[in-house]
Design a protein around this ligand. Structure first.
Ligand code: ACG
Length: 478
């Protein structure tokens, strides 16, 4: 399991209200206590943007987060706790304030070759692949390709010298001590066709790029962990993931949330069968990064319209599936936040440590809109209540940690009887059946062995077991 961490909102180590490396270092016991094996650190390089995805210097840390010494201390303390730290690297673009871009605008080489300047007026008609946003921005009279908007001109990987430069970036962060990378926007390296003048993914060229970058990293650090962000359907995710070793399963995340929030067990079974199809076979070339939410998405409890039992049900379903679960910070508290394209960034709110919203380390860079003081959501409040959302969420994580064999299972079957979903899995040395009741009333579990409760409740009547509504259980075959 990995914990996705947005430093700015986590824990403030120097009293300026902004989360930083020193602060996060103090909270490593908290994170390790969740049972995760590592942390995915959202971008920490120099950037004028709060999200950090538009970088002004790939070789230095945003000073609000600390300096290289703080980072080394953080990594050292994490490694002492056996936590791996992977860095989010947005290599598809830079900030328009990056020195490279300013030099490119001045026509200086090689920088001019490192961005894509308009060569044909007809290219201005091009629209982004998945929505109809325009993709060219005019900077002081020069049109430049900007897939993610004017704040992030794309790097142009047609230039071999840029490949070399990026290898130096990778070498640098590995030498500092990172254990690997989350490669941002992996399908976007080549996503504009110069022949046709339209937005078009060039998957084979992207894959060649990533093969070269990952083998470069492995030549320095053979055990690197990589995870690729390819937000697309399973066929495309499949093409990329074997290079990296882990690929995020976006369709699964979306389908699970959709069918659970609408309480549709038929669509849930279909989703599981479709999105986990490759786990019905025993041979795999990569692992699935399984998750429910990330920083680009509405938070789980908000997706479930505030219904925390549904959110925990979703989590306990995720916790039994093959792959590596990724947990977005604050989800363990049941924080709320709706993602919207106008960037109010509710899903990036400060982690609420204290019930009154103030105290040592509490970050305050952003107003608390959704997760207010005295709302009961704070860690302080929930960690002393055995039945709180946090404690129930943590119990699910504990279950996953204790059953780490689930990472490598093969699925034998997925079916349902009324609202009770049954998933049979094979591990290398054991077999189990999971029961998940999405219905509104208890359901009879036709099990042969005594079940283990993952979340919710089980009642025993004579020799029969009944699984409560929105509850999940495991039966290990003897
Ligand atoms: C990453 C980061 C994100 C970051 C950037 C840019 C990239 O996580 O925080 O933005 O550095 C696309 C890209 C992703 C990107 C997201 C935000 N995420 O592919 O790399 O946008 C469709 C498209 C996807 C698209 C997705 C969401 O296919 O490509 O992701 O929509 O918009 C089914 C389909 C699937 C479809 C979904 C959803 O599942 O199979 O294809 O996905 O439905 O419809 C950050 C900031 C930005 C800033 C930028 C520079 O957040 O504000 O502008 O940095």
């Amino acid at each position: 399991m990995f914990y996705e961490l947005y430093l700015r909102s986590f824990f403030d180590g120097n009293g300026d209200g902004i989360g930083d490396l020193k602060g996060a270092e103090r909270k490593l016991d908290y994170i390790a206590g969740l049972g995760v094996e590592g942390i995915w650190l959202l971008p920490i390089m120099q950037s004028p943007a709060y999200h950090g995805y538009s970088v002004t210097d790939f070789f230095s840390i945003n000073p609000i987060y600390g300096d290289l010494k703080d980072l080394r201390n953080f990594l050292y303390s994490a490694h002492r706790r056996n936590l791996k730290i992977i860095l989010d690297l947005p290599l598809n673009h830079t900030s328009p304030s990056h020195e490279w871009f300013l030099k490119a605008l001045d026509g200086e080489r090689p920088y001019k070759d490192w961005y894509l300047f308009l060569k044909d007026e007809s290219w201005l008609e091009a629209r982004r692949h998945w929505d109809k946003h325009q993709v060219w921005t005019n900077y002081f009279g020069q049109w430049v390709y900007t897939l993610f908007g004017p704040g992030s001109p794309d790097l142009n990987y047609e230039s071999p010298s840029l490949w070399q430069q990026i290898k130096e970036v990778l070498t640098f962060w590995l030498s500092v001590g990172f254990d690997g990378f989350r490669f941002d926007a992996a399908k976007h390296i080549f996503d504009f066709s110069l022949e046709k003048g339209i937005c078009e993914y060039q998957h084979s060229r992207n894959i060649a790029f990533w093969k070269e970058m990952t083998s470069h990293c492995r030549s320095i650090s053979p055990d690197c962990t990589f995870v690729s962000e390819v937000w697309d359907d399973a066929r495309i995710v499949d093409m990329y993931s074997s290079i990296f070793g882990i690929g995020f399963n976006f369709p699964l995340a979306e389908d699970l949330k959709h069918s659970i929030s609408s309480r549709n067990s038929d669509s849930l079974v279909t989703a599981l069968k479709t999105d986990l199809q490759r786990f019905f076979r025993s041979r795999r070339s990569y692992e699935s990064g399984i998750f429910l939410t990330n920083h680009d998405m509405t938070r789980l409890v908000s997706v479930m319209n505030g219904n925390k039992d549904l959110a925990l049900f979703a989590m306990s379903l995720l916790a039994v599936l093959p792959g590596i679960p990724f947990i977005y910070y604050g989800e363990e508290l049941g924080m709320e936040g709706v993602y919207d394209e106008f960037f109010n960034e509710e899903q990036l709110e400060p982690f609420l440590w204290y019930e009154n919203g103030y105290g040592l380390g509490q970050t305050e860079w952003k107003a608390l809109g959704k997760n207010r003081p005295h709302s009961g959501v704070s860690y302080e409040n929930q960690s002393v209540d055995n039945n709180s959302y946090y404690e129930r969420f943590k119990a699910i994580l504990d279950f996953r940690k204790e059953n780490s064999w689930l990472r490598f299972t093969t699925i034998k079957s997925i079916g349902k009887k009324r609202e009770l979903i049954k998933i049979k899995v094979n591990g290398s040395d054991r077999q189990a059946v999971f029961y998940h009741n999405l219905g509104t009333s208890r359901a009879l579990m036709e099990c042969e062995n005594e079940p283990f409760l993952i979340n919710g409740e089980i009642q025993k009547r004579g020799a029969k077991y009944y699984l409560g509504s929105l509850s999940s259980a495991m039966e290990v075959a003897r």
